[in-house]
Design a protein around this ligand. Structure first.
Ligand code: HEM
Length: 482
């Protein structure tokens, strides 16, 4: 029966690599030889060199569809999105209520919630949150300054993770997280717990849930640590109750959820439950702090290795701030063109999600072929492979912000650069994430110069995580600019 299962793609006439029992094509992930994104890239590269436009893979016995040609990628993510509405990630509303958030939800529930939450991230709302975000840069700069005084290298990844935790805690939950004052501050503690890859039981549960979601739901598998679920739920409930009781109004995402709730009530539309509100605030936290922190950290790492590029960004920051009476404003930060190029190039080389997924929700005949992608098939789009494909990028492994210069940007082939995903399910927090990364970089680079030190090692992806988090700490030397 298993052997027959392994002929699935052959029977459909799709190019594939012969699978072996029991892992299918998934052995390098089980033996931790490769990160999932690197694994998907290695197949993309193999098929691409054979001139193949799409292919099939097996995760254990589960068939996976791998589009290679950019028009096929575009069909899945955008043109034929109605066939691929779901992301195919695991959630369990009953046993793991905080997992039922926008990132994981499927079908109509996702559509309804996406429409409701989209107004949270307009540029007007971003401007309203800008000063809250700016306040969070003060302890970050103090932490970096202390290393200039004693001349020790700074573990920049931890400093930035504390900054983004404070930012999201403040802008999503309306709470001061104090990540810099207290090494084990609650939000930072739970943030670490959520990305802890040392817990073997949790790793096994995660693997089971992603490969066999229906069985896992039946078994009541919950992926979030119970104490973290309780912590985030209480934080949201207590804050909402406090605001309602004391008529407190703040410029943050929770306030936007509260206002949404009020307008739903007035117009007789269905209200969000407290669990749903907590799940949304939670996803803003989990999707927002680690992604932005990785991008900022890896950007500083690349700038430390490329002094000329670092100097050029700093010159732009200095001249922009000079023209702006030394004030860091939303318009000043978002208007810097070279900074934008540098951030884009960081996300090309180190996308936070090295691959995107979609689940087929109704049988899909692939245009101009005899192949039909069946309902429930998981589609994997290896964005990192497209980001580094030599057909689309000159010198793809080099950190070169000129890839995004005014001259080169119009030449970028659509669907070969997707740091925030693409199509209707693209990142909802893109504006906020970009703003956060750019504010972090502007406030640090204007006063401090970064360089590599003896402890700096090239970033290696943590193979236990699906997102692209670096396995080792990132150490840099820092010097105050006089
Ligand atoms: C630099 C920072 C960030 C990066 C690189 C990033 C990247 C991504 C990517 C690649 C996706 C998947 C898109 C797809 O499948 O097409 C995604 C989805 C998502 N992101 Fe972000 N993100 C960032 C910041 C944020 C922030 C700050 C928030 C919220 C405050 C956020 C909330 C979400 C949510 C809720 C989704 C799911 C959207 C949906 O399914 O409708 N992200 N993000």
């Amino acid at each position: 029966y298993i052997q027959w299962g392994y002929t699935y793609w052959k029977r459909r006439g799709l190019p594939h690599i012969p699978p072996t029992f029991p892992y299918g094509n998934y052995e390098p992930i089980f033996s931790r030889k490769q990160h999932f994104g690197e694994w998907a890239k290695s197949f993309y590269d193999q098929f691409k060199s054979r001139g193949v436009k799409h292919a099939g893979l097996y995760v254990l016995s589960k068939p996976i569809y791998l589009p290679i040609a950019t028009d096929y990628v575009k069909n899945v993510l955008q043109n034929d999105f109605r066939h691929f509405v779901n992301r195919g990630t695991y959630y369990n509303e009953k046993d793991d209520p905080l997992s039922a958030h926008l990132f994981n939800l499927s079908g109509q529930k996702w559509r309804d919630l996406r429409t409701k939450l989209t107004p949270t991230f307009t540029s007007g709302k971003m401007k309203r949150m800008f000063n809250t975000l700016l306040d969070c840069t003060v302890p970050m700069r103090e932490a970096v300054a202390s290393h200039c005084v004693d001349g020790t290298p700074v573990m920049i990844k931890e400093v930035i993770a504390r900054f983004t935790t404070d930012v999201i805690g403040s802008c999503a939950f309306g709470l001061e997280c104090n990540s810099f004052k207290d090494d084990d501050a609650a939000f930072r503690h739970h943030g670490r717990a959520l990305f802890n890859t040392q817990d073997k039981l949790n790793r096994a549960k995660r693997g089971l849930a992603n490969i066999f979601p229906t069985l896992s739901r039946m078994l009541g598998v919950a992926l979030l640590p119970k104490e973290s679920t309780q912590f985030f739920f209480n934080a949201v409930r207590d804050t909402i109750q406090h605001r309602e009781k004391n008529n407190v109004v703040r410029n943050d995402m929770l306030q936007i959820l509260i206002e949404l709730q009020k307008s739903n009530k007035e117009s007789g539309k269905p209200m969000l439950t407290m669990e749903q509100m907590a799940a949304e605030a939670f996803v803003f936290f989990i999707a927002g702090f680690e992604t932005s922190s990785s991008v900022t950290t890896l950007c500083l790492y690349e700038l430390a290795r490329n002094e000329d590029i670092q100097n050029k960004v700093r010159e732009e920051i200095e001249s922009t701030l000079r023209e702006n009476d030394d004030e860091i404003t939303y318009e000043a930060v978002m208007g810097m063109k070279y900074l934008d190029q540098v951030v884009n190039e960081t996300m090309r080389l180190y996308p936070s999600l090295t691959f995107l997924t979609r689940e087929c929700v109704q049988d899909y005949p692939v245009p101009d072929t005899d192949v039909v992608i069946e309902k429930n098939t998981l589609v994997v789009i290896p964005s990192i492979a497209l980001h580094k494909d030599p057909e689309f990028w000159d010198n793809p492994e080099a950190f070169d912000p000129e890839h995004f210069s005014a001259e080169n940007t119009p030449k970028i082939t659509p669907f070969t650069y997707m740091p925030f995903g693409e199509g209707p399910r693209t990142c909802i927090g893109m504006r906020f994430g970009t703003m956060q990364v750019k504010v972090g970089l502007t406030t640090l680079l204007k006063d401090y110069a970064f360089s590599v030190c003896s402890k700096t090692v090239p970033p290696v992806l943590d193979k236990y995580l699906f997102i692209s988090n670096t396995r080792d700490p990132v150490w840099l030397n820092v010097r105050k600019i006089t």
